[in-house]
Design a protein around this ligand. Structure first.
Ligand SMILES: C[S@@+](CC[C@H](N)C(=O)[O-])C[C@H]1O[C@@H](n2cnc3c(N)ncnc32)[C@H](O)[C@@H]1O
Length: 376
């Protein structure tokens, strides 16, 4: 894998999760461009630099020890990658303070470097949270590969920060450089979290900015809900990749004695799921945590896993994450325990599960989706 060379450092970087058979590069030309742009300004060691949405730590690890850098992201995997990459390159794992995107930003910041995220609602929320957190003379620079840079990203910078200048393209990457305007008298109010109602069960779901299907129920989840298992008794159940928690909450309402663990790698998903659980189920005990799937779960500690698997990580689409989740579920389930999933028919999850589990049965199907039960 090529090294990331910038005026600040030369780094050997990995992604999280590692994909040993098909390793992908952990940085792109937009990272190089953002670093080169900052270096041109010769920042002093006490320059306070906020990095937002660093994919795998390329930006923050390069700046560690060079300026006062802090990194905020909505991705548990991205922050884990930053820590692993710091160690991999001879720095302490905590050389860069990190902040989940579910937490407020506290400046003042002199420079903000942003990797434009896939979900523009996250960018919008982050720009709103920057209000009042920029030092005099601050600059906000967003970078992306041109194919991942919608016009709306520039519109958001203009609206919430100030006039935007687009850079020339370099290696198919572009920067949008925003110069903050003096704070307007009326601070902009965030449109997030958004909410929608579900018909069955009748619950309202709140969704922070970066949550999957923030505007309404996913059609795969809709197909899954009527077929969630019942009569679970005191089973230990996990909602793997819980998003706003809809599967676990619907399941818990039908299984009053079961014990639930909700996991997602998005901090905003975890925040939403915890709030939604409280609203629907009050003080009923639950574990809601940010993590890399069930990697932190004890082997053979679950009876049931519910999962609507992800199909992309950042900008990369594929079934690698789903396959990993199936493997994790097998590890975490007791013998005889079951994984229930919903999947697009064309993804062929049936044969994948059959390679890992003792039996796989189709619980239900719609023209587009299948709901499968895999027993360990
Ligand atoms: C298709 S969405 C399903 C969300 C929710 N269960 C639903 O049905 O609406 C997949 C979820 O998996 C999460 N995810 C992706 N990779 C993950 C990982 N390694 N560990 C935990 N969650 C992950 C995503 O953040 C996303 O919320």
């Amino acid at each position: 894998m090529p090294l990331l060379a910038s005026p600040f450092a030369q780094l050997d970087l990995i992604r999280q999760p590692e994909q040993p058979n098909e390793p992908l590069q952990a940085f792109d030309a937009a990272d190089e461009y953002l670093l080169a742009h900052l270096a041109e300004q010769r920042p002093a060691a006490n320059t306070r630099v906020l990095v937002l949405n660093d994919g795998f730590g390329a930006l923050a690890a390069s700046l560690a020890g060079q300026v006062e850098v802090i990194s905020s992201s909505d991705s548990f995997l991205a922050l884990q990658a930053l820590q692993k990459n710091l160690v991999r390159n001879g720095r302490p794992f905590d050389a860069v303070p990190t902040l989940p995107a579910s937490e407020p930003l506290t400046g003042p910041f002199d420079r903000v470097l942003i990797k434009v995220p896939k979900t523009l609602a996250l960018l919008e929320e982050q720009l709103i949270r920057l209000q009042g957190q920029l030092a005099p003379g601050a600059q906000v620079v967003a970078g992306a590969m041109i194919k991942h840079l919608p016009r709306a990203a520039g519109d958001l910078l203009e609206r919430y920060i100030g006039p935007v200048q687009a850079s020339l393209a370099v290696k198919k990457a572009r920067l949008l450089i925003a110069t903050p305007q003096a704070a307007s008298s009326a601070p902009q109010v965030s449109p997030y979290p958004t909410r929608y109602w579900l018909d069955e069960p009748k619950i309202e779901l709140l969704n922070h900015a970066n949550v999957f299907c923030r505007e309404g129920l996913d059609i795969g989840t809709r197909a899954f809900l009527p077929h969630l298992p019942t009569n679970l008794g005191t089973a230990r159940v996990a909602d793997l990749g819980c998003g706003n928690g809809v599967l676990a909450i619907a399941s818990a309402l039908r299984n009053p004695e079961a014990h639930y663990t909700l996991v997602d790698e998005s901090f905003m998903a975890v925040q939403s799921a915890a709030q939604n659980w409280r609203a629907a189920l009050g003080e009923r005990e639950v574990t809601v945590r940010a993590g890399d799937g069930l990697s932190g779960q004890q082997a053979q500690s679950l009876d049931v896993v519910l999962c609507n698997p992800p199909f992309h990580q950042q900008q990369v689409v594929g079934d690698f994450l789903a396959w990993r989740m199936f493997q994790q579920a097998r590890e975490a389930l007791v013998v005889g325990g079951a994984l229930y999933i919903v999947g697009n028919r064309h993804l062929g999850y049936h044969s994948k599960l059959a390679r890992l589990f003792r039996s796989v049965e189709q619980v239900a199907a719609t023209p587009k989706f299948v709901i499968l039960k895999a027993r360990k």
